[in-house]
Design a protein around this ligand. Structure first.
Ligand code: DGL
Length: 276
């Protein structure tokens, strides 16, 4: 008999909470465990091998908590670690468990938002360098032109609570100028990092009014609703009750302060030491 458990939601830090918030909105009936690997964030500037090792450790931790299903609510981890974990590690560490990412659900729909056929991707250096978005979008929308821009400073701005400061304007404008400089026809911009929704208001100040700015939370949540409907065997294994547990590998005090902003509700986290 396969064990039941909460749904695991993972990010390098707080960003995944913007996804969890939307998931809970659509699927309030389940129990959730969120883990932010804040002590080792940001992941966006780290090598493939390091992001893979860190993400794998975190996935194994979720499995030990009994999660039958883990969502990598982090583009960097989805881009650099998900496929290897699914193909190489799952048969060994959790044959009957599943790990899902945020890139596939987003690329399945992104082409539907653009009228000009040109989309812009804003992400971490790791996500952009991996080429995951152009590769995946090509599969679903071969006619769409994809421009990318890495914004390495945006995650630190958000993690340090500077997302609304005048200093943030400079870096938001700088990277948008680089992206939009690649083509005048971009009419849809994807925030391909789960931290970036906190910069959405600033981003909107620097783009023309007809531009669609897409955050992933709702897209990923809709995709999970469909996944549950298609996989009743997994749906039954996800514990119900509407309970949340939050864990951080860094200070709980800092986590709770920031997490409340990202999640939109008070958060009380527990500290997690992955080395024990
Ligand atoms: N929030 C993560 C993402 O979506 C990345 C943040 C980081 O660099 O750790 O890519």
């Amino acid at each position: 008999m396969q064990a039941n458990g909460p749904i695991g939601v993972f990010d390098s830090g707080y960003g995944g909470l913007t996804v969890l918030k939307e998931i809970v909105d659509k699927l309030p009936q389940y129990n959730y465990v969120y883990m932010g690997d804040n002590a080792r964030a940001p992941y966006g500037t780290r090598s493939f091998e390091t992001v893979y090792q860190y993400t794998l450790e975190c996935v194994e931790w979720f499995f030990k908590q009994g999660c039958p299903l883990v969502i990598l609510a982090c583009n960097t981890a989805s881009a650099k670690a998900l496929r290897t974990i699914q193909q190489k590690d799952l048969p060994r560490i959790g044959k009957d468990k599943r790990v899902l990412g945020v890139i596939r659900p987003t690329t399945e729909v992104i082409g539907n938002y653009s009228k000009t056929g040109e989309v812009g991707i804003l992400g971490t250096t790791g996500t952009v360098q991996s080429g995951s978005y152009p590769i995946e979008i090509e599969k679903f929308f071969p006619e769409i032109k994809v421009c990318q821009e890495a914004c390495p400073i945006w995650v630190p701005l958000v993690e340090n609570n500077e997302y609304d400061s005048p200093g943030a304007d400079f870096f938001v404008k700088k990277h948008l100028d680089h992206l939009l400089g690649q083509s005048e026809k971009i009419d849809t911009i994807l925030l391909a990092c789960t931290h970036y929704p906190l910069l959405k208001n600033k981003i909107m100040e620097h783009v023309s009014t007809g531009t669609t700015i897409l955050s992933q939370g709702e897209i990923v949540a809709n995709s999970l609703v469909e996944y549950m409907a298609r996989h009743p065997e997994m749906e039954q294994r996800c514990d119900k009750g509407g309970k949340f547990d939050f864990f951080t590998t860094d200070s709980t005090e800092d986590f709770d302060k920031h997490a409340t902003i990202f999640f939109g509700k008070p958060v009380r986290s527990k500290h997690l030491d992955l080395s024990v």
